[in-house]
Write a protein of this length. Structure first.
Lengths: 70, 364
């Protein structure tokens, strides 16, 4: 089971910080981040890729699920 | 195209437009200044009566309409709000007081620096310190809470306000004030300002460039993405100024236009602006762009900035080329204390909630 982080409705840069905290608490565990703004998707993707993670994005009615794993 | 290069070009276009607006009549080193422009608009609406800084700046109207149109086109437009609106109002309020003691928003700070004004370097140091302080709260769990979807109409209010301002600008009813001398009387032609403003608004929306975000991301996550945009603004503005505005290029601290050389208060003013920008999640120009794409919380922040700018002149807080006022110094100190108290109490509450949540899970 991935660690699910609900960052919907959070303003910049909280979604990235929440993702960062999850990575630091358990670097190898897959993380699922829920966001509802495209800018948050871009920021998290850039951050996670920079840290060497793989990111897949699913969109559903204006909400996004980011699946992040090593 | 390479990501960094793209950001540099986006920033570069903004830097070029800053130099053009200066060339075509805007006040010294003020091709673009979000804080000054809201202050001028507040004056034009009669919210303050400082006669030399009253004008409905078409650039602001352009930022809003440009960002609105691009956000509709690329699907970013979304009516949202409800994340600590009153706290945001006062963060905006104090943000602009800091900016008007320094004399410029962070964007103008970069443009001032690119025209040789070294006082802006002191301001930049203060801004960096403010951002660093703000980040300490972010790291400890600072949050203004989630926003939620709002009625669609809420998202259209800022663009409608921009249109109303445009009508006031063109019709100029009796209750609108325009400066006849001073910075408020120095203006690039309306149509040029409006169109260039729209381009800036569109680019800022698309690129998400934010002066606070760029330095914050470097310090917080070592990400230089947005910094390339800021670098683009600075480098291209510098080059464009040397070509277009060579006569006004002046390297040094003294005799800089719409600026003062009082180092400590240039520094302290921007410390306040830096803290507020991080606590708000973006600098004044970024707040303007977010407000234009349906973010009601950013809209409230913009109102806080406008009202704060009016108070800055009504209460004699804003600096002038003559220097800093005593009231301005006191206001910056009070502002720093107030925003630190806000941030501290928010962090404390957030951590308490987290703790309770964890205990609740353990007891379940």
């Amino acid at each position: 089971m991935p660690n699910v982080i609900d960052a919907r409705g959070r303003s910049c840069p909280e979604p990235v910080i929440m993702t960062k905290n999850a990575m630091e608490s358990n670097p190898s565990e897959p993380i699922q981040v829920l966001v509802d703004a495209h800018v948050a998707v871009e920021n998290i993707k850039r951050f996670a890729k920079g840290k060497g993670y793989k990111v897949e994005v699913e969109e559903n009615a204006g909400e996004y699920t980011l699946n992040i794993r090593k | 195209m390479n990501d960094k290069r793209k950001m540099f070009i986006y920033g570069g276009i903004i830097g070029l437009i800053g130099a053009l607006l200066l060339k075509f009549g805007n006040p010294g080193n003020m091709g673009i200044c979000v804080a000054c422009f809201y202050r001028d608009i507040a004056g034009a609406l009669g919210l303050h009566r400082a006669e030399i800084v009253q004008y409905i700046r078409p650039e602001i109207i352009g930022f809003i309409l440009g960002a609105f149109i691009i956000s509709i086109a690329n699907g970013d437009f979304k009516s949202r709000g409800g994340s600590s609106p009153l706290i945001r109002f006062f963060l905006g309020f104090f943000l602009v007081i800091g900016a008007l003691v320094f004399l410029g928003c962070p964007l103008r700070m970069i443009l001032r620096l690119a025209n040789g004004d070294l006082n802006a370097l002191i301001g930049l140091l203060g801004y960096l310190v403010g951002i660093f302080i703000g980040i300490q709260f972010l790291k400890r769990g600072y949050t203004l809470g989630r926003n939620i979807e709002q009625p669609k109409f809420s998202g259209y209010i800022m663009p409608i306000v921009a249109i109303v301002l445009l009508i006031f600008l063109i019709v100029k009813p009796d209750f609108i004030f325009f400066s006849e001398e001073g910075p408020g009387s120095m203006r690039a032609p309306i149509l040029l300002s409006l169109i260039l403003g729209m381009i800036v608004g569109g680019i800022l929306q698309k690129s998400r460039i934010c002066t606070a975000g760029s330095f914050r991301d470097i310090m917080l996550i070592k990400d230089y993405h947005f910094f390339w945009g800021i670098l683009g603004i600075f480098v291209v503005n510098l080059i464009a100024n040397l070509i277009l505005n060579f006569d006004t290029f002046n390297l040094g601290f003294e005799n800089q236009p719409v600026a003062h050389p009082v180092h400590i208060w240039n520094f302290m003013g921007m410390v306040l602006t830096g803290i507020c920008s991080v606590l708000l999640g973006g600098c004044p120009v970024r707040q303007t762009i977010l407000a234009s794409e349906g973010d009601a919380d950013a809209g409230i922040t913009v109102l806080g900035i406008t009202i704060g700018a009016a108070f800055a002149h009504n209460f004699g807080l804003a600096s002038s080329p003559k220097g800093v006022t005593n009231n301005g110094k006191v206001a910056v100190i009070i502002g720093i204390i107030v925003v630190l108290v806000i941030a501290y109490s928010v962090v404390k509450e957030a951590n308490l909630k987290n703790k309770q949540k964890k205990e609740g899970v353990r007891n379940a």
